[in-house]
Each structure stands twice: as structure tokens, then as C-alpha cells.
Design a protein around this ligand. Structure first.
Ligand SMILES: *[C@@H]1O[C@H](CO)[C@@H](O)[C@H](O)[C@H]1NC(C)=O
Ligand SMILES: *[C@@H]1O[C@H](CO)[C@@H](O)[C@H](O)[C@H]1NC(C)=O
Ligand SMILES: *[C@@H]1O[C@H](CO)[C@@H](O)[C@H](O)[C@H]1NC(C)=O
Ligand SMILES: *[C@@H]1O[C@H](CO)[C@@H](O)[C@H](O)[C@H]1NC(C)=O
Ligand SMILES: *[C@@H]1O[C@H](CO)[C@@H](O)[C@H](O)[C@H]1NC(C)=O
Ligand SMILES: *[C@@H]1O[C@H](CO)[C@@H](O)[C@H](O)[C@H]1NC(C)=O
Length: 927
């Protein structure tokens, strides 16, 4: 018994010993182990578990996490310290001498660490791969000490061009990624000497120096060339043809001009990825010249200028490629027929299709959905596609995230099983078409209900401007919905309980429908709501107390309903920026609860039944730019405190019962004289837009080619701030940024008395001034000749006397001018420049006024009293040409404003989501 147990012990012991010895002979070098532990100790703030295995187990450091040894020599050849340092706690600066023990190191990954520097000489003779992307390096190691380097990844640091002189020592470099740094000027000549380069990424810098792009033509081994997001200008050198190994060519987001050399595509037969988007290329591209490129997978020509024509129908043969990404948005496509490219009929592997903004005609290509079941994004918005979107027969699209067919002429019935076809759809935009909801015998919004039960992944649903009708649904399963647009349809009935089950709703727009009843109290459950638009319905009654829970609300439009009589005192308006309550049943004084709305930019209380004086506390709303109180019963004096609202551009107090004088201090208000900083970017529409597909380098190392990182940015573009304001005798509506171009003061239709203060002439930025229908007396101030920007001036129906200041003839933008029905006398202003365009109606009803265009001529004595404007004197014989030019200037102004009316807020971008297509290779696998 004893013997055998002794024997047992010996055997056990022996096994242990031999294990130990075996370990010793197989394990890593002691000095490398110590080196790794020193390295670990030097990183003060690590993510908790990152390097916990290092040192805890005795023995072989080759088995430690993130460490790789050569399996013959047991020397450490690679370690990866990616995302190890917790940079929220401290920056990390590496002492290069800590790496001295690792003389066999081939691959060093220090990416994503907020590394601020590498001190000392990084002398690693065997190093082939150095990955320091995603740090904060402003300097790079001395490159001559790294003679074997093949891959250098410096993406996402703060490197500037002067750091890169040492690149010339890296004659064996094959991959160089300098994306997202601070490179400026011209570094291409140095890079042009690196003859082994296979992959070069210089995207997202500030490079120009286009002339030296020719220097890259010598790099005939190049397979990937990314110059995107820089400031290269000029035309593409023809010698790029020489890069016959090129698989990826990304020149997007530069200022390239000129034609695309026709030989470029015909020579570069290996191309898999081509992006020339967002440049200014000209000439024609024949898509047929790419049909033999059997490997082409990505083609992006979005947003070149209108001088670039894209022709896909010539020749009409079938391409050899199967594309994955095709973006031809905003191209001049297939003139004159503007047909949908027919080669698409042969494609069945598409993931991203963007043919938006092309004026394409013909039937909506539903077959794209039938043929391409892997689609993730399809955007056909803003074309002239017609016909029926027949989804009856299409199969399930498990990958579809965004579908945008808005602004076409598509009609028909949407199938109720929409949600089961697109189970993960996040953005659906079918607005601006003629979709109808026929499936339900005109009785209820059954379609919508089906969608809301089925499409449970929807985040943005936009069905604006269709012909959907019926009541709003009573159930919904859209728990992820953030934005819902149902505006400009024919929904009727009350806003039903349970209509939404979307606690994260940020935007709700059901304006311009036929809803009635009260706004439901449960609106308060949408506590994240930022934008709420219910205007132009038949809603009535008081705002519910639930409304007081909407603390985040910053855009509220309830205009054109019958809501009243007041705003509940419990309302929390501290975040409110745009408040539109026009045409409702508000009564009594202006609600005092508004005094806390100190973020307000626009306050529109027009056309209600508000009475009492204008409260002095309005001066607390110091950010106000638009104050619209027209068409109420406000009385008493215009309070001087209004003059403290310095930022106001548009002030409309017309058609009230205001009395007293016009406060001279109104000239304290800017009225467009200085444009305040854009401090009211708001937004929130959350409408996803796919922006850029950027290539990844090194992919060839794995014999894998990847395009990935489709950025989705969320823009606020569709949100609009709309203001109507009477100018040029008609009411125009201004949207978004127009507030920066429009300024006006309207005090018409009150009982104001006294003189027009000469200070009003100091409002040199004002575009519109309307003082008509008051009881003003005295003369028109001479200072009015300073209103250099004025386009519309209405002083009619007052008791003004004296002469019209003749200097006013120099107001070059005036297109509407009337002083009719006053007691003015003397000669009308000279008929030149803009004043040559004004007719009798501008002057009528002033018995003592004489001169053209009135029929009453002036006596010679009258003529002598006219003081001629000195500046204009020498141009007295102004020709018709000059008159024409000035009036043209006026109409140009009109056209300009007309265009700007269509500008939307576009100021707020936010990256919300990264989406990966194809295979994602997080970090380098080499060796
Ligand atoms: C040792 O390395 C070689 C090449 O480096 C590799 O092919 C082989 O599979 C490795 N052996 C082991 C056991 O890891
Ligand atoms: C780097 O480490 C070495 C060896 O531990 C030391 O002598 C040197 O002073 C360190 N350098 C810096 C800048 O900390
Ligand atoms: C590169 O292209 C140009 C013209 O496109 C040609 O003249 C030149 O010989 C080519 N160079 C090489 C190295 O092929
Ligand atoms: C795509 O759909 C069209 C129309 O149904 C059809 O003619 C064509 O053959 C389809 N193409 C592929 C590749 O499936
Ligand atoms: C709502 O969606 C969930 C899945 O998220 C599902 O389980 C549930 O049955 C749906 N409810 C209805 C009424 O369809
Ligand atoms: C107008 O501005 C002047 C100078 O900034 C200031 O002294 C005056 O008090 C202001 N008037 C009003 C009514 O705010």
C-alpha cells in the first residue's frame, strides 16, 4: 500500500517536473515577460478586465491575451493593445524604451487609446505593421528606425504634413492610411516615391495641390486610392490610366473639375469600387464603358454638377457586373428620355440604390424590389415616376432599412401586410405622392393601423401629402418610432386614444387634416416630444393639463384651429423656440405664462381675440426674432419695453386697437441690420440620410475586399419654420433661414397719432415698413432716404403733410411704394430708377400733390422748390437703360427671396448610427 502510494507520488512529481520543464522550454523569454508586465504597469488607467490575464498566471506569456509568439522561436511577434487605456480617465503617453525587449516584434497595434505621444526612439527593426489609428498623436515616431515597415495606419490622429517627411525612408511600405488628420498642402511628391504602395488613404484632410496627383501615377502597384474629402481641384490627370491594378478609386467630396478621361474606365478593368461623388465633373459618362468590369460592385456619382451627363442606355448590352451599391442621385441622367437605367434589370445583388433627384420618368420600378431581396436602402425620391406601387407579389426583404419614394406621382393602394414585407424598416417616406387608402371602403385608417402594428422597427414614418383618409388608428405597435408625419392628408375624427404606443416620439405632425375634438390629455405621455404640429384642423377647447408635461417641446404649431381660451398656467415653456398659435380662440390678455418662455425665437399669436395692453414683460423674451400679434384687440400704447427686444427682425402689430405715438426707440431694434449668430438650431426630425461609403484599407492583406462604414447622419432638413408676412402688397410665406433675409415692421390698421419719428429712418436693414391706416401727421422724415434695403413702403391712409423727400428716389430696391390718401403736397419724386415704375395709385388721394404720374402738373414755382438729389444730379438724363437695370434689380430681389423661401433648416446634423455593409474587419490581421 505504502509503496504504491510512494510510487504514485513519484510519478505525479515527475509529471509535474516534466510539465514545468516543458513549459520552460516552450514559454516566452523572461525578458519579454518582464517587458510586458512593465508595459502593463505603465498604463495607469486600463479598462478593468483588459490586461487582467497578464501576469496573473505564472508561466508562458505567449498565452496571454493579445500576445502572439512565433511558434518556433517563442519570441513575441505581435501584441495588440487596442482600446486598453481608459482615456476618459487619463491620456496615455508611451515610453518607447518599454518596447526595447521585443526585438522580434512584427505587428504592433496601439489603436484607439487616446495616445498623445510616443517618447523616445521606437527602434523595432522587424516591425512590419504599426497601427496607431484613433489616437491623439501630433507627432509620429522616427520612421527611419522602422526599416521593415509595410503597413502604417495613422488614421484619426492630429498629424500635420510636416511630420511626414520621414516617409521617404519607408521604401517597402505597402499600406499607408492617413485619413482624418490635419494634412494640408502638398505631400503627394513624397508619397509618389513609395513604389511598393498598394493602398493609400488620404481621405478627410485638407489637401490640395492637385497638380501633383500625377506623381501618384508611378505607383503602379496601387490597388486602393482614397483621396476623398479633401480640397483637390482641377482636372484628373490622364496618367491615372497607368494604375491598372486599381480596385478602389475614391475621389468623392473634392472640387475636381473637367471631364473624366474616357480612357480611365476602359483601362482600369480591375475596379471594384468607384466613387466620384460630390465634385464638379463635366462632360458625359457612358456607363456602358464599365459593362465589361466584371468585378465592379460600387459606383457612386452622386451630386456632380449639371454639366455632367450620365448615359446608361448606350450600348444596351448587359453588364458583366453585379453591383452592390449604386448611387446616381442628382445626376443629369439619360437625357432626353430620362428613363430608369435599363441595365438595372439585370441586377439582383443590390444593397444600396439611390437614384433620387433625377427627374426620371416612367413607371415606378417596383421590379427593383422584386429582383433585389438584399436591398437595404432604396431611394427614388424627387423624380417624376408614375404608376402603381404594386407590392402584392414581392417577397420578404429582411434587410430593408430605408425606403424613400417621396415626391413622385405614384398612386395606388398600399398593402396591409407592408410590415411583414419589411420587418426591420426604420425609415419609410412615401410623402408627396397620391397614395390612397382604398383597402377599407373609405371607413377607417386601416392601412395605417396595419402598418403601425406590423412595421415594428419603424423610426421614421412619413406619409405626408397623400390622399390618405379615414380616422386615425386606435392601436399601434411602433415602440421605436421617433418621427411621424401624416400631414396634408384627409384623416378625420378625434385623435384617438392609443393612437400611438411610442414613448420615444420626438416629432408628431398631423397638420392639415380634418381632425376635430380636443387635444387629448395623454399627449403628455410623449414626454420626449420636441416638435408638435397640429395646425389647420378643427381642434377646439382648452389645451389639456397633460400638455404641461411636455418639457422638451421646442416647436409647437397649433395654428388655424379653435383652441382657447388660454394657455394653461402650468405649461413648461422653457425650451419653446417656435410657438405658432395663429387663428385660434385665445381671449383675454396675452397669457402671462409666456413670460418664462425665454428661449422663444418666434411668437405668432395672430388673428385671435386677445385684448388688453401689450404686456411690458414681453421684453423678457430677449431671443425673440419674430413677434406677430396682428389681428387682435390689443389696446393702449405700444410699450417702450418692446424696444428692448433688440434681435427682432419682424414685428407685426397691425390691426389692433393701439393708440398713442410710434415709440422713437424702435430704432434700438436691429430689424436685420446685424444678423445675430445662429443660436437656434433646433431640429429633430431624425430623418436618416445615407451619406458616404468609405473604403477600408489593408483589406488585401486578408485577400478580402471590404467597403463598409455606411454612415447614416440624421438631418433636420424637413423641419420648417414658416412665417407669412405682407410685403410687396401680398402675403408671402418665409421658411427657415429666410428669417435672416427678411425684416419688417407693420403697425398698420391702428389708431397711432403724432409724427413719424425720424429715428425710423435709422432702420437701414428693414425690407418692409407699413404704417398705413393710422392717424399719423406731420411730414415723411427726410431720414427715410437711409432705408437702403427697403422693398415695400406703405404710408397710405394717414394725415401726412408736406413734401415727399425727393432723395427717396435713391431707394434702389423699392418695388412697392404708396403714400395714397394723405394730405401731401408739392411735386412727386422724379420718375427715375424704381420711382419710374410707380403708378398714379401710389399717390392718389393727395389733392395738393402734382407731377407725373399724376395728371395734375406743377406750376413753375412748385418745380423750383424741388431739391434735387446731389449725387444723382449728373446722371439726370438717365436713359431707359438705367431705369430698366434698376427695376431689374428689384425683380431680381423678388426672385431671390422666392428661391430662399424654399430653403429649409438644414443646420443640424447628427451622426446617430453606423451601419456596416459587407464584412467588417475591426483590426489588422497580419502574419
Ligand atoms: C506555426 O506557424 C506557422 C507559420 O507561421 C503556421 O503555419 C503553423 O500553423 C503554426 N503552428 C502552430 C502549431 O500554431
Ligand atoms: C523611459 O524609460 C526609460 C527606462 O525605464 C527611462 O530611463 C526614461 O527616463 C523614460 N523616459 C521618459 C521620457 O519617461
Ligand atoms: C503613364 O501614362 C502616360 C500617359 O497616359 C504615358 O505616357 C506613360 O508612359 C505612362 N507611364 C508608365 C510608367 O506606364
Ligand atoms: C428583374 O425584373 C424584371 C421585371 O420583372 C425581369 O424582366 C428581369 O428578368 C428581372 N431580373 C432579374 C435579374 O431577376
Ligand atoms: C407587437 O409587437 C410585438 C413584437 O415586438 C409582438 O409580440 C406583439 O404580438 C405585437 N402586438 C400586436 C397586437 O400585434
Ligand atoms: C435704446 O438704446 C439706448 C442705447 O443702447 C439705451 O440707452 C436706451 O435705454 C434704449 N431704449 C430703450 C427704450 O430700451
Amino acid at each position: 500500500m505504502e509503496v504504491s502510494s510512494d510510487l504514485y507520488l513519484v510519478v505525479l512529481y515527475g509529471t509535474f517536473l516534466s510539465l514545468l520543464l516543458g513549459y520552460g522550454s516552450l514559454g516566452c523569454l523572461e525578458e519579454e515577460k518582464v517587458g510586458l508586465l512593465q508595459l502593463k504597469a505603465s498604463i495607469k488607467h486600463q479598462y478593468d478586465t483588459a490586461l487582467s490575464s497578464w501576469g496573473r498566471e505564472v508561466g508562458d506569456c505567449c498565452r496571454w491575451k493579445y500576445v502572439t509568439c512565433d511558434n518556433k522561436t517563442n519570441r513575441v511577434i505581435r501584441f495588440s493593445l487596442r482600446s486598453i487605456s481608459n482615456f476618459e480617465l487619463e491620456e496615455w503617453s508611451l515610453n518607447a524604451s518599454l518596447l526595447l525587449p521585443f526585438q522580434q516584434l512584427q505587428n504592433l497595434d496601439l489603436s484607439n487609446n487616446c495616445l498623445t505621444g510616443i517618447q523616445g526612439l521606437l527602434r523595432l527593426k522587424k516591425l512590419r505593421v504599426l497601427n496607431v489609428r484613433g489616437n491623439e498623436l501630433t507627432t509620429i515616431p522616427i520612421l527611419s528606425a522602422l526599416p521593415s515597415l509595410k503597413v502604417l495606419d495613422l488614421r484619426g490622429n492630429d498629424i500635420n504634413s510636416s511630420q511626414l517627411q520621414g516617409l521617404k525612408y519607408l521604401s517597402r511600405l505597402e499600406v499607408l492610411n492617413l485619413q482624418l488628420n490635419r494634412l494640408m498642402g502638398d505631400i503627394l511628391p513624397i508619397i509618389g516615391t513609395l513604389g511598393y504602395l498598394k493602398s493609400l488613404s488620404l481621405g478627410y484632410n485638407n489637401l490640395n495641390g492637385s497638380s501633383s496627383i500625377e506623381g501618384l501615377c508611378k505607383l503602379i502597384n496601387l490597388e486602393e486610392l482614397d483621396l476623398s474629402h479633401n480640397r483637390f481641384e482641377g482636372s484628373l490627370p490622364a496618367c491615372l490610366n497607368n494604375l491598372t491594378s486599381l480596385r478602389l478609386l475614391d475621389l468623392s467630396e473634392n472640387d475636381f473639375h473637367g471631364t473624366i478621361p474616357s480612357s480611365l474606365f476602359s483601362n482600369l478593368k480591375s475596379l471594384e469600387y468607384i466613387s466620384l461623388s460630390d465634385n464638379h465633373f463635366e462632360g458625359s459618362i457612358y456607363f456602358g464603358s464599365l459593362f465589361n468590369h466584371s468585378r465592379l460592385e460600387v459606383f457612386d456619382l452622386t451630386n456632380n454638377n449639371k454639366y455632367l451627363k450620365v448615359e446608361t442606355e448606350n450600348p444596351t448590352s448587359s453588364p458583366q457586373f453585379q453591383l452592390k451599391i449604386l448611387r446616381l442621385s442628382n445626376c443629369t441622367l439619360n437625357l432626353p428620355s430620362r428613363i430608369v437605367p435599363s441595365f438595372l434589370l439585370s441586377q439582383y445583388d443590390l444593397r444600396v440604390v439611390d437614384l433620387s433627384y433625377n427627374h426620371m420618368t416612367g413607371d415606378v420600378p417596383t421590379w427593383l424590389l422584386v429582383n433585389n431581396t438584399k436591398l437595404e436602402y432604396i431611394r427614388l425620391e424627387s423624380n417624376n415616376l408614375t404608376g402603381v406601387l404594386a407590392l402584392g407579389s414581392i417577397s420578404i426583404h429582411n434587410h430593408m432599412l430605408e425606403l424613400d419614394f417621396s415626391s413622385n406621382c405614384i398612386h395606388g393602394e398600399l398593402p396591409p401586410f407592408f410590415g411583414s414585407i419589411f420587418p426591420i424598416l426604420a425609415v419609410l417616406n412615401l410623402s408627396g405622392n397620391a397614395f390612397q387608402d382604398l383597402s377599407n371602403n373609405n371607413l377607417s385608417g386601416q392601412l395605417l393601423e396595419h402598418m403601425m402594428m406590423g412595421c415594428i422597427s419603424l423610426e421614421v414614418l412619413k406619409l405626408s401629402n397623400n390622399s390618405l383618409h379615414g380616422t386615425l388608428p386606435t392601436k399601434s405597435n411602433l415602440t421605436l418610432l421617433s418621427s411621424l408625419y401624416l400631414d396634408n392628408n384627409n384623416f378625420w375624427g378625434e385623435i384617438s386614444r392609443g393612437f400611438l404606443n411610442s414613448s420615444s416620439l420626438i416629432l408628431l405632425d398631423i397638420s392639415s387634416n380634418s381632425l376635430w375634438g380636443q387635444i387629448p390629455d395623454w399627449i403628455g405621455d410623449f414626454s420626449s416630444l420636441i416638435t408638435l404640429r397640429l395646425s389647420s384642423n378643427y381642434l377646439n377647447g382648452a389645451l389639456p393639463t397633460g400638455f404641461c408635461k411636455l418639457n422638451e417641446l421646442s416647436f409647437l404649431d397649433l395654428s388655424h384651429n379653435k383652441i382657447g381660451p388660454t394657455i394653461p398656467p402650468c405649461a413648461n415653456l422653457t425650451n419653446m423656440k417656435f410657438l405658432h398659435l395663429e387663428s385660434n380662440n385665445l381671449t383675454g390678455p396675452i397669457p402671462h405664462v409666456l413670460a418664462q418662455a425665454t428661449s422663444l425665437v418666434t411668437l405668432n399669436l395672430r388673428d385671435s381675440k386677445l385684448s388688453s395692453p401689450i404686456p411690458p414683460w414681453l421684453s423678457l423674451l430677449s431671443k425673440l426674432r419674430v413677434l406677430l400679434l396682428k389681428g387682435n384687440q390689443l389696446e393702449d400704447l405700444i410699450p417702450l419695453q418692446l424696444c428692448q427686444l433688440k434681435s427682432i427682425s419682424i414685428l407685426d402689430l397691425s390691426y389692433n386697437h393701439l393708440s398713442g405715438i410710434i415709440p422713437p426707440c424702435l430704432d434700438n431694434i436691429t430689424f436685420g441690420r446685424e444678423v445675430p449668430l445662429m443660436d437656434y438650431t433646433f431640429s429633430v426630425d431624425g430623418y436618416g440620410t445615407w451619406v458616404h461609403a468609405s473604403p477600408q484599407s489593408y483589406s488585401f492583406e486578408n485577400q478580402l475586399f471590404v467597403y463598409q462604414e455606411l454612415f447614416i447622419t440624421f438631418t433636420a432638413s424637413a423641419e420648417r419654420e414658416e412665417i407669412e408676412f405682407i410685403t410687396k402688397s401680398r402675403s408671402e410665406s418665409y421658411m427657415g433661414n429666410i428669417l435672416y433675409f427678411m425684416s419688417g415692421l407693420d403697425l398698420s390698421g391702428n389708431q397711432l397719432i403724432g409724427l413719424i419719428p425720424p429715428e425710423i429712418g435709422n432702420l437701414s436693414g428693414i425690407h418692409t415698413l407699413n404704417l398705413s391706416y393710422n392717424k399719423l401727421t406731420g411730414s415723411i422724415p427726410q431720414t427715410f432716404s437711409n432705408l437702403k434695403e427697403i422693398e415695400s413702403l406703405d404710408l397710405s391712409h394717414n394725415g401726412l403733410t408736406g413734401q415727399i423727400p425727393p432723395q427717396m428716389v435713391g431707394l434702389n430696391f423699392l418695388t412697392v411704394f404708396t403714400v395714397a390718401h394723405n394730405n401731401l403736397s408739392g411735386k412727386t419724386p422724379e420718375r427715375k430708377f424704381q420711382f419710374a415704375t410707380f403708378e398714379q395709385s401710389s399717390y392718389e388721394g393727395n389733392p395738393l400733390l402734382c407731377g407725373l404720374p399724376l395728371e395734375r402738373s406743377c406750376t413753375p414755382t412748385n418745380a423750383l422748390t424741388v431739391v434735387k438729389p446731389p449725387v444723382l444730379n449728373n446722371r439726370e438724363n438717365s436713359s431707359w437703360e438705367a431705369i430698366f437695370l434698376w427695376s431689374f434689380g428689384g425683380s431680381y430681389g423678388v426672385a431671390f427671396l422666392g428661391i430662399v423661401v424654399f430653403l429649409y433648416f438644414n443646420s443640424y446634423y447628427r451622426e446617430l448610427l453606423f451601419y456596416f455593409i459587407g464584412k467588417h474587419v475591426p483590426f489588422l490581421q497580419l502574419g
